[in-house]
Design a protein around this ligand. Structure first.
Ligand SMILES: [Zn+2]
Length: 333
């Protein structure tokens, strides 16, 4: 059993960072080539406040605003040098820590601080394709053009930056293809023996990664790499994010069918609200057709989800309802 799942509990992750950040910065973030990452430089107070919003809503885990951070992107769109770009990634961790400290301070003041070790700060490691800003992060098509080694070296810069600042682990997230997940996992297992992590895939339907590979097979491949490396205690989980919530249970069931239940890793899910992203318009559509995210939570827990939160369009209010739902289930068991 992984040391990371405190007393076997289900942990709540924050919601969509850029979604909530947009409320504070009053700018349109979706469609920006740096997405929310530019605000680590331009409006750090808003970044801290966004983390605090999710902590106050009951999140056990917050994730740094580094999803779309890259040296290339910061040089191009913020006119930074390479060194300044790396410093900005490190600053992103510091901002999350500021929020965590503020939150803990407040809890201590009213004698409500009970859980040493929480909240956790995970460093967001978004896919290589997010840097390209050509939509390929949603289909993984870039994997045909770059080598595994190129992907690894590109990720290494940001991983080094956030690890240096002392995150609790890495949220390797929204990965659209198996090759990139393998590349990062292999590198973490080999070169970062003390770093804990999770691997979360982006899926396009009930069975497949965004790039088309079978999810169950991809998750099993990553799980086996971790078992072979004797690194189970470094894994927070394997899962899916930035996915339509209605696909998640079938995805998890397909994995369970493939791997005997007792042998599956802890699962992670932080889905979208269920809206569809129109990359051309840079907008989300179909809100009226969505059922509340929280209605899926009991079933996800049944399927061995140990970390549950939200991705795009999931606000602190939604995280609060997930928090309450999970607490209720915990109290009834
Ligand atoms: Zn998302």
């Amino acid at each position: 059993m992984s040391v990371l799942h405190l007393k076997g509990r289900v942990l709540v992750k924050s919601g969509g960072f850029s979604t909530q950040l947009a409320k504070h910065v009053g700018d349109k973030i979706d469609g920006d080539p740096l997405w929310g990452s530019r605000f680590d430089k331009e409006n750090p107070e808003a970044v801290v406040q966004t983390h605090l919003d999710f902590l106050e809503a009951g999140a056990d885990i917050i994730v740094t605003n580094t999803y779309q951070s890259s040296v290339e992107g910061f040089i191009k769109y913020l006119n930074l040098t390479r060194e300044e770009s790396i410093d900005l990634m490190r600053k992103s961790v510091k901002l999350a820590m500021q929020a965590k400290n503020k939150y803990i301070e407040r809890l201590k003041k009213c004698n409500q601080y009970k859980e040493a070790g929480l909240p956790l700060i995970m460093g967001s490691i978004g896919p290589y394709g997010a840097m390209l800003h050509d939509g390929s992060e949603y289909d993984g098509s870039y994997t045909e053009k770059v080598s595994k080694q190129q992907i690894q070296e590109w990720h290494r810069t940001r991983i080094d930056a956030v690890v240096t600042e002392g995150v609790n682990g890495l949220a390797v997230e929204t990965i659209p293809c198996l090759m990139e997940a393998e590349a990062i996992t292999e590198m973490l297992l080999k070169d970062y023996p003390d770093v804990k992590f999770w691997i979360s895939f982006q899926c396009k339907d009930e069975l497949h990664l965004a790039h088309g590979e079978n999810f169950a097979n991809a998750a099993k491949t990553i799980w086996e790499l971790i078992i072979e490396a004797n690194a189970i205690d470094r894994l927070y989980g394997i899962g899916v994010n930035c996915v339509n919530p209605k696909f998640v249970s079938t995805l998890f069931q397909s994995f369970h069918k493939f791997v005997h239940y007792k042998q599956t890793p802890p699962l992670i899910v932080y889905s979208n609200r269920g809206e569809i992203y129109d990359a051309i318009k840079g907008e989300w559509t179909g809100r009226d057709k969505c059922v509340p995210l929280v209605s899926y939570v009991p079933e996800w827990i049944q399927l061995n989800a140990k970390i549950i939160g939200g991705c795009c369009r999931v606000y602190p209010e939604d995280i609060l309802t997930i928090r309450k739902c999970i607490d209720n289930i915990g109290n009834n068991n």
